[in-house]
Write a protein that binds this ligand. Structure first.
Ligand SMILES: NC(=O)c1ccc[n+]([C@@H]2O[C@H](COP(=O)([O-])OP(=O)(O)OC[C@H]3O[C@@H](n4cnc5c(N)ncnc54)[C@H](O)[C@@H]3O)[C@@H](O)[C@H]2O)c1
Length: 267
């Protein structure tokens, strides 16, 4: 069974095995969807079992020759990470692409932040990516592979009430550069993407908690020189570029995907 999208696919990831953290929904689900359409065998690692199973079932139904498997894992738990990687080794024995996408966002002013808040955001967004990369490393073939990290424009631009999140995302850029250098000898390229506002659950939650969601949505759209907010597919296309041979000579970069949001010096 094939979908319309699949027939449009150029099979840029044919024969590759891809592991996507936080692939149950939002940007991660969009990446899983596109990678499967491009011929990859996709594994989703996520702590949300309901969405993880649902996404794996939906994508498998779209292309039964490339079934998508869900690995239940909380990235805060090193043992769970190892269990997931052991399962991946049993299923496939190797990995070609790792996407460190799982993340949590938290908005609180400095005086209200607790150590638990800091630990949650840093342990999922940054330590989780570090531990998963370290655990998956032995599964990369000698021929190399690609790692794509999902950072944020928060890595380089300050927004209100975002200290732990911004620090985790700036750390992701540093992790990317240092991994790129260390793993170059193994021919593993490492790059990251810095998305701006992308319409996913995180964005919807943010809107729901705002006093006037319609006005906030319009104001946010107006901040974008390209005239719209980002969609998960905008990020998944960038991830495909960085995971595929189209970017064979690119490593250690951070690619901004924000519709020009951060271009203006003044708004
Ligand atoms: N949506 C945006 O506007 C935006 C902008 C910039 C960067 N990002 C980043 O993109 C990534 C995806 O964001 P999204 O908007 O799709 O969010 P989302 O909440 O829709 O998806 C995040 C996924 O990560 C999973 N996850 C959370 N904690 C986890 C844990 N401890 N262990 C395993 N999985 C866990 C969730 O279950 C979920 O499936 C995040 O890293 C986020 O910081 C998002």
């Amino acid at each position: 069974m094939s979908t319309m999208n699949e027939s449009k696919s150029a099979n840029r990831l044919a024969g590759r095995v891809a592991l996507i953290s936080g692939g149950a929904q939002g940007i991660g689900r969009a990446i899983a969807t596109l990678f499967q359409q491009e011929g990859a065998c996709v594994f989703i690692l996520d702590c949300d079992a309901r969405s993880g199973n649902e996404t794996a079932t939906d994508l498998t139904a779209q292309n039964q020759s490339l079934p998508v498997k869900y690995l239940p894992t909380d990235l805060r738990e090193p043992r769970e990470i190892q269990t997931a990687v052991d399962a991946l080794r049993k299923f496939h024995g190797r990995v070609d692409i790792l996407v460190n996408n799982a993340g949590v966002e938290l908005e609180k002013p400095l005086e209200k932040l607790t150590m638990a808040d800091w630990d949650l955001v840093l342990n999922v967004n940054l330590r989780g990516a570090f531990l998963l990369t370290q655990a998956v490393l032995p599964l990369f073939a000698e021929s190399g592979g690609a790692i794509v990290n999902i950072s944020s424009i928060h890595a380089s631009h300050a927004f209100p009430d975002s200290i732990p999140y911004a620090c985790s995302k700036a750390g992701m850029v540093a992790l990317t550069r240092n991994l790129a250098l260390e793993l170059s000898t193994r021919r593993i390229r490492v790059n990251c993407i810095c998305p701006g506002y992308i319409d996913t659950r995180l964005w919807e939650e943010y809107l729901r908690h705002s006093a006037d969601p319609k006005a906030v949505a319009e104001q946010t759209t107006a901040l974008h020189p390209l005239g719209r907010r980002g969609m998960p597919a905008d990020v998944s296309e960038a991830a495909l570029f960085l995971a595929s041979d189209s970017s064979a000579f690119i490593t250690g970069t951070d690619l901004i995907v924000d519709g020009g949001l951060t271009l203006r010096a003044h708004s």
